[in-house]
Design a protein around this ligand. Structure first.
Ligand code: HEM
Length: 333
């Protein structure tokens, strides 16, 4: 009897155990799908509100390496990935659209009295060399810079990760190394042309007359008109700001800390895209926008009628001045 009771106790015990396990297993099995994994954890937003930054502990001497996330980095990323793309997109596409419309309405500005067949030296070989050094490095800096801003959303989906990575590495090297000839060109441009780019009363008259872009009048100008002076100062000041901020980024922590570098990148990016838009207008007027203008930077010799129409006072100074100036005029080939 005692043995029977012992057996019954075992059977009941085993049954109860089975029931417990049977009830417990489905509850455990359901748990993963019913638990919200972030419900009890602290979210990034809450951490920022409490701590303003996420910082770990490190044993290396470089204390700044311990900072993982800081709030200013979030707003900088918003600028880099959203705001700058809007500013750049509107400036560059807007300028292209304006130039296309202007060309459709005005067409190429012709030399009113036709080519004279005689030319006058406008830029010597040093001036042209410096111009092309700066212009070529600017174009490559602009394209490689635009890749940093727009490459990920525009090119990555088209090229795929491998090709985009190779292109971006090459572009980054180009951006770093071409900064040096660009800066050298800027310094030369500043000293070479400053004396002809000081604003004066004559520039106000030129602006009032619409610079000859609207209508058929040609307001008088010396070597550079008000429009060209504006381009000069945009390049010198804008390019100068780009160079200073660019080197702050290229040599991190030498000149400034994180906040300073974020500001430098904002200035660099905004001035960069605005200067690209301005240079599109400059390239337009120097090529398809105005007959005879490109000669100034290709051969350095411009047609005398072109010079008289656009830079009357300069031609008078050149012709009426030293005898050497007269000798600079030659029949066109
Ligand atoms: C001295 C000349 C220059 C230097 C030293 C320089 C340097 C730099 C550096 C270090 C960066 C950051 C790259 C990175 O995030 O990996 C950068 C970005 C950039 N640069 Fe330059 N750069 C120069 C000239 C230019 C010029 C002339 C332009 C435009 C015409 C330009 C446009 C840009 C643009 C658009 C970015 C991307 C900004 C962004 O998306 O946040 N840069 N540059």
């Amino acid at each position: 009897m005692a043995t029977l009771l012992a057996h019954v106790r075992y059977i009941v015990g085993a049954f109860v155990l089975l029931m417990i396990v049977a009830l417990a297993v489905p509850a455990n099995a359901q748990q993963p799908s019913s638990v919200n994994p972030t419900a009890s954890s602290v979210k990034e937003e809450q951490l920022f509100q409490q701590m303003q930054r996420l910082e770990g502990r490190i044993t290396i001497p470089d204390a700044k390496s311990s900072v993982l996330i800081q709030p200013a980095g979030q707003s900088w990323r918003q600028f880099h990935e959203v705001t700058l793309r809007w500013i750049g997109g509107i400036a560059v596409i807007g300028m292209l659209a304006l130039l296309i419309m202007f060309y459709a309405v005005r067409g190429m500005i012709k030399i009113s009295s036709g080519r004279s067949g005689r030319t006058i030296t406008r830029f010597n070989s040093l001036e042209r060399g410096v111009h092309w050094l700066t212009a070529i490095s600017f174009v490559i800096l602009a394209i490689s810079g635009l890749n940093i801003t727009f490459g990920k959303p525009l090119l990555l989906p088209l090229l795929g990760p491998e090709a985009f990575t190779k292109l971006s590495i090459a572009a980054k090297y180009a951006h770093n190394y071409l900064s040096f000839p660009f800066t050298l060109g800027l310094v030369f441009i500043f000293f070479m042309w400053i004396k002809d780019n000081i604003p004066g009363k004559i520039d106000i008259a030129w602006i009032k007359a619409g610079g000859g872009l609207v209508g058929s009048k040609h307001p008088p100008a010396r070597r550079f008109n008000a429009g060209q002076k504006a381009v000069y100062w945009l390049v010198v000041l804008g390019g100068g700001a780009i160079a200073v901020t660019g080197y702050l980024l290229m040599f991190p922590f030498y000149g400034t800390g994180i906040a300073g570098m974020q500001l430098a990148q904002i200035i660099h990016g905004v001035v960069g895209v605005l200067l690209i838009a301005a240079m599109l207008a400059h390239i337009y007027i120097g090529t398809i926008g105005m007959e005879g203008a490109f000669d100034a930077m290709s051969t350095g010799e411009v047609d005398l009628n072109w010079a008289k129409e656009h830079h009357k006072l300069w031609v008078e100074e050149e012709m009426g001045g030293a005898s050497g100036a007269r000798a600079r005029m030659s029949p066109a080939e």
